[in-house]
Design a protein around this ligand. Sequence first.
Ligand SMILES: NC(=O)c1ccc[n+]([C@@H]2O[C@H](COP(=O)([O-])OP(=O)(O)OC[C@H]3O[C@@H](n4cnc5c(N)ncnc54)[C@H](OP(=O)(O)O)[C@@H]3O)[C@@H](O)[C@H]2O)c1
Length: 249
Amino acid sequence: MTHTLLVIGATSAIAHAVSRRHAARGARLVLLARDATRLEANAADLRVRGAAEVHCIAFDALDIDGHEAALSMAWAAVDDAGGFDAALLAWGSLPDQAACEASVAQALQAFDLNARSVLALLTLLAQRFERQGRGVIGIVSSPAGDRGRASNYVYGASKAAVTALASGLRHRLARKGVRVVTLLPGFVDTPMTAGFAKGPLWATPERVAQDIDRALAGGFGHVYTPWFWRWIMRVVRALPERIFVRTKL
Ligand SMILES: NC(=O)c1ccc[n+]([C@@H]2O[C@H](COP(=O)([O-])OP(=O)(O)OC[C@H]3O[C@@H](n4cnc5c(N)ncnc54)[C@H](OP(=O)(O)O)[C@@H]3O)[C@@H](O)[C@H]2O)c1
């Protein structure tokens, strides 16, 4: 049967790699993103790859008042299919930690995009999935949220908020027939990380999309991708504070 996927932040490299896998299986896709030109280009690519339908809807995560209208349009696009089988939330940005340390405005801006807008959108999305009584919500967070580190704690604090939100939603919606998975990619080579030197721990968007795809199909709880990040973060979390503060992480 044709399945329906809602992708919010659809121009993200990770989200697009997931969308491609669904397109190849003939899914109906509804894409939300703020860059209309790139969104249309992505939609054309997904049609060529086999998507049954692709709808594009303008979405700026920071326009909180516009969230409800964007979701209404998304549901209207698949009305006859009775809503969505799955939703993926994938927008975000990696702020300049030094700039956030120097400026309250910059720190709040980063938190607004990476945490506050996620809380706002998830509040509305959870209501809709609760009414549907079925489906899965995949939320891209980050291992950076597992422990605040000197090098990126503003981003990390935002992702810690997202991870806690996802956990609470999973708890709430488990009894309503809706599954919530927390997606925790490690280092992924995407436009967000373009300025970083890459090494053996880095993965491609396609590699993490494979795990995200599997997580949407039947995963539960916290899904680290690639798998070894679960063990790396177990060690990072276990380090006593007195030792942790002497590390350069
Ligand atoms: N790459 C990594 O190493 C890594 C690791 C862990 C978690 N993550 C998370 O994975 C998710 C996807 O990131 P990515 O790696 O795929 O990077 P990416 O390709 O740079 O994607 C980031 C996306 O966020 C969108 N975005 C930024 N501000 C927005 C706004 N105000 N409204 C709507 N969309 C907005 C961008 O849209 P525009 O193109 O319009 O700017 C872009 O589509 C993010 O949540 C990120 O935190 C990434």
